[in-house]
Design a protein around this ligand. Structure first.
Ligand SMILES: [Zn+2]
Length: 195
C-alpha cells in the first residue's frame, strides 16, 4: 500500500468525553442504549477531538517549515480558503471562507501552509474576530512580510439554528498590517478577492 492515512485518538480523553456525552444524551431525554445511539458518545468524542486538534498544533512551526528566500515582492493572494470552526459561546459550527494576502520581504512561504494555519486556529473553540487576528499575527510575526491582510466571511449556526434564526446573514471580519494599512494596497487586495 503506497499511501495510508490513519487517525489516532487519545484513548483516555476519548473514554472521559464519551462518558460525559452519554450523560448529556440521557439528560436531554434520550435513551443512550438504543441501537442508533449506542456508539454515538464515542463517535462524538472522537469528532470533538478532531475538531479541536488545533490545540496540539504549532502554526509557527508549520510556517517556518516552508519559508524560502525569494526576491519576489508583489502581492501574494490565496483566496476562498474553506474554513470550519466552532463558536466558543455555543460550541456550534461556524463556516465560510478566508482570504489571505501578503507582500514578501525577502521570504515567501509554501502556499499550502496558509490554509494549514487557518485550520490550526479554526480547529479550536473560537470567535471569528480572534481567529482573524490570530491568523494575521501569526503570519506577520513569523514571516515578517511587508504587509499582510486577512478577510474571513462566515455563517454561524448559532445564529441560523437558534437565537435570531437569521439564515442568510454572513459575518465579515478583516485585519490589515504593514503595507495593507495603506488604502490603495488594501483596495487592490479587496478588488482582487472580489469585494
Ligand atoms: Zn455562538
Amino acid at each position: 500500500m503506497p499511501y495510508k492515512s490513519f487517525e489516532e485518538y487519545n484513548m483516555q480523553v476519548t473514554d472521559d468525553v464519551k462518558e460525559r456525552y452519554k450523560n448529556i444524551i440521557e439528560d436531554l431525554g434520550e435513551n443512550a442504549e438504543r441501537d442508533g445511539l449506542v456508539k454515538t458518545p464515542e463517535r462524538a468524542a472522537k469528532a470533538m477531538q478532531f475538531l479541536t486538534q488545533g490545540y496540539n498544533q504549532d502554526p509557527v512551526e508549520i510556517l517556518k517549515s516552508a519559508m524560502f528566500k525569494e526576491s519576489y515582492n508583489e502581492m501574494v493572494i490565496v483566496k476562498d480558503i474553506e474554513l470550519y470552526s466552532l463558536c466558543e459561546h455555543h460550541i456550534l459550527p461556524f463556516f465560510g471562507k478566508a482570504h489571505i494576502a501578503y507582500i514578501p520581504n525577502g521570504h515567501i512561504v509554501g502556499l499550502s501552509k496558509l490554509p494549514r494555519i487557518v485550520d490550526v486556529f479554526a480547529r479550536r473553540l473560537q470567535v471569528q474576530e480572534r481567529l482573524t487576528e490570530q491568523v494575521l499575527d501569526c503570519i506577520n510575526d513569523t514571516l515578517k512580510p511587508q504587509g499582510v491582510a486577512v478577510v474571513i466571511e462566515a455563517s454561524h449556526m448559532c445564529m441560523m439554528m437558534r437565537g435570531v434564526q437569521k439564515q442568510n446573514s454572513i459575518t465579515t471580519t478583516s485585519g490589515f498590517r504593514g503595507q495593507f494599512e495603506k488604502i490603495e494596497t488594501r483596495n487592490e487586495f479587496l478588488k482582487l478577492i472580489g469585494k
